[in-house]
Unconditional design. Structure first.
Lengths: 381, 324
């Protein structure tokens, strides 16, 4: 057991740090949940991709550097510490891409991954339906078999990035006689054939949308994996969503460091100071835990349901850190970017509202605790 | 970067676990003072940190951390952390190290934030701190005052002494190491409490169903699993920090002890609640582990003391650093 970075890993960190120091926008980009901000974030992704920094862990032929998991974690630490923009391509590169790598065809990988790496194509996830949220297997959207492909019918909701994205992916029922987890198929589809109704979020922006499918034709080559295998394939993706691949510690480490700096500048009474110190150490613990997980994954192990423990831990930590920052700032913490007295342009408030989604998306934390209890601990269903 | 235990480290822990399973069942915890000690000596537990020239294995704390989890899992009685972890550092260079490595010198200590010497009545040698200096005290030169407490299998003693030999070693390294060893024991005890409670919740039926099928019970146990899962890495990293003499070592040790103590206390509290009234009886073995968690969590600085130090280390220093 050790915690030593190799010479090459240290060099990689230095290279990433230098590049970010020279390129991260001095003024934060507008929210990616506005048309203008979305395109600004797409431009930033182009810049990253030009340096092969948008998807460092992908193979070189798709725009990556073939970096190891540890190098990817280093990249993430540096990325968030530098205050770089949020990733508009997140749904594609962290949720869909792992599934394409494991279940896609060579043609699908060649067709979609390079554009995803450059954010020429931004992808939206389409899991939930009005009557299928935590109970995802209750979904009723369906695909009807036609010559050369399928026609999609039904409705999806809370589709992140869908207001402005180019493509979507999600599950549809292809066997009308099937129930629950069976008879589902994983589809990719162009959003320009779908009716998209943006939905305003708590922060007033339109980060997610409802999608209405009215017989959109999707050719067979947009099916990911075999028809009827959608649930199994999607579960591989959702464990990425709540596990290592999406939630690198970098973002939480950067927030924890900012929180400590804030507490020093505002002064913190011992009660709040204690909570700040705890949060900083929890972020550190998540980082160490992730190094252990990275090692296990590199050795070919699967983390499976244990990723649910991480999801509960980081999502609650993120809320706690932002809530603490607002507490340290008092009334001023609740001013948004338009207010002259706002701290850091309202960034803590934005972050707080964003963090509140964490315990809900990717499977609510109540569902995660059921998964931990049943699949990690072995309690009866 | 390999933040995972090596095959050798895992094998050593497995050997300790096997010995404890055979020689330290709950019955022995309840009735014995030093069960499994001779068998643990045979597999080298007491020589782990003793240099090879004194017939030890010359290993580091990171090699001892999983074996110590196992001693906590088994609620092994006796001053094992004091003998196997504190003593080799306090007696560095001393000829007594050979006996220590062989398991024929049992040591209790009263150093650092520890106000009393645990299991001092069993000790062949006491090492007591006075004004920052360690002294070796023979049992016949010591006056022990029993201070009975909640953990009757880890009795505490006040120590006064007449004749003593001043040791030339420092206190701080031994305090750090034994604190991490006790943190590892707390993680092990928490794992045992979680396993035992899950086992009970799977079989105990009420309202026609196992109580472990109720979400109110499931979610409490999931919380314990999360707390233990994220306390353990801090303990492992603290062991590395001790071995490497990192500048962050004191902060890392406090983080390990605070997190392990809090996780184990949560495991204990939840275990009792899920067991219900049967858990409250002295007839079940559960109480042995509850008492051990309480006493170890208070030993070498309780979570409150370490949290207070962490607050200072993180907020009152010019720059808070992560390692690596």
């Amino acid at each position: 057991m050790d915690l030593d970075f190799t010479r090459a890993e240290q060099d990689f960190r230095a290279e990433v740090r230098d590049w970010l120091a020279g390129h991260v926008p001095g003024v934060p980009l507008p929210s990616m949940d506005t048309r203008e901000g979305f395109e600004a974030h797409r431009e930033w992704e182009h810049l990253l991709a030009g340096e092969r920094l948008s998807v460092v862990s992908w193979p070189v032929e798709y725009g990556g550097r073939g970096a190891s998991l540890v190098e990817w974690l280093i990249f993430e630490e540096e990325y968030w510490a530098a205050g770089a923009p949020g990733r508009v391509s997140q749904n594609g590169i962290f949720l869909l891409a792992p599934t394409l790598f494991s279940h896609g065809t060579a043609e699908q990988r060649e067709r979609f991954l390079p554009g995803m790496a450059r954010a020429d194509d931004v992808w939206a996830q389409a899991w939930s339906e009005p009557e299928a949220g935590s109970d995802l297997a209750a979904l009723t959207s369906r695909a009807e078999r036609v010559e050369g492909g399928w026609r999609l019918h039904g409705q999806k909701t809370w589709s992140s990035r869908a207001s402005y994205a180019d493509w979507g992916f999600g599950l549809f029922r292809t066997d009308p006689a099937s129930a629950r987890h069976r008879g589902l198929t994983y589809f990719m589809f162009p959003l320009d054939g779908v009716t998209v109704r943006p939905v305003a979020q708590l922060d007033g922006e339109h980060g997610f949308a409802e999608l209405f499918f009215d017989g959109l034709f999707v050719p067979d080559d947009l099916v990911l994996g075999a028809a009827g295998e959608g649930w199994r394939i999607a579960m591989a993706t959702t464990s990425s969503e709540r596990g290592l691949t999406l939630r690198s510690p970098g973002r939480f480490l950067a927030t924890a460091d900012r929180l400590v700096r804030l507490a020093r500048s505002t002064g913190a009474d011992p009660v709040l100071a204690d909570q700040v110190a705890r949060a900083w150490l929890d972020a550190e613990s998540y980082r160490l835990h992730t190094f252990g997980t990275a090692r296990r994954l590199a050795a070919g192990e699967e983390i499976g349901s244990a990723s649910s423990m991480g999801k509960v831990f980081w999502s609650e930590l993120d809320v706690r850190m932002h809530a603490l920052a607002l507490r340290l700032l008092g009334e001023r913490g609740l001013l948004d970017g338009g207010a002259p007295d706002a701290e850091e342009g309202g960034r803590w408030l934005d972050g707080y509202l964003f963090s509140l989604a964490g315990p809900i998306y990717a499977g609510t934390n109540e569902i995660q605790r059921n998964i931990i209890a049943e699949r990690v601990l072995g309690l009866p269903r | 970067m390999n933040f995972a235990f090596t095959d050798d480290q895992l094998a050593l822990a497995a050997a300790v676990r096997q010995v404890l399973a055979a020689h330290c069942p709950a019955e022995a915890v309840r009735n014995g003072r030093t069960p499994a000690w001779s068998q643990l000596a045979e597999i080298g537990l007491f020589g782990l940190l003793v240099p090879q020239e004194h017939d030890g294995l010359g290993l580091g704390l990171v090699d001892a951390v999983l074996p110590f989890e196992e001693t906590g899992r088994a609620a092994l009685p006796g001053p094992v952390a004091e003998t196997a972890v504190a003593a080799p550092l306090l007696l560095a260079g001393d000829p007594a190290l050979g006996k220590l490595a062989a398991g024929s010198l049992r040591v209790s200590v009263r150093i650092g934030d520890q106000g009393y010497a645990p299991d001092a009545d069993l000790a062949d040698l006491l090492i007591v701190e006075r004004e920052g200096v360690p002294y070796a005290v023979r049992p016949e030169a010591a006056r022990l005052t029993p201070q009975p407490g909640v953990d009757r299998r880890r009795p505490l003693f006040g120590v006064e002494f007449r004749d003593a030999a001043r040791l030339r070693t420092g206190i701080a390294p031994a305090v750090r190491a034994v604190t991490v060893a006790v943190a590892a024991q707390l993680v092990g005890a928490a794992r045992h409490l979680l396993d035992t409670t899950v086992g009970y919740a799977r079989t105990r039926r009420q309202f026609g169903a196992p109580i472990g099928s109720f979400q109110a019970v499931k979610h409490q146990l999931a919380e314990v699993a999360i707390a233990v899962e994220f306390a353990a890495p801090l303990v492992y990293a603290a062991a590395l920090a001790v071995d490497r003499h990192l500048p962050t070592v004191d902060r890392d040790v406090s983080a390990a002890k605070a997190a392990a103590g809090e996780a184990a206390e949560l495991a204990a509290r939840t275990a009792l609640q899920v067991h219900g009234a049967i858990g409250y009886t002295g007839e079940l073995d559960l109480g042995l582990w509850l008492a051990r968690v309480w006493s170890l969590s208070a030993a070498y600085g309780d979570p409150g003391l370490h949290r207070s130090r962490l607050r200072t280390a993180i907020l009152d220093t010019p720059e808070v650093r992560r390692w690596p």
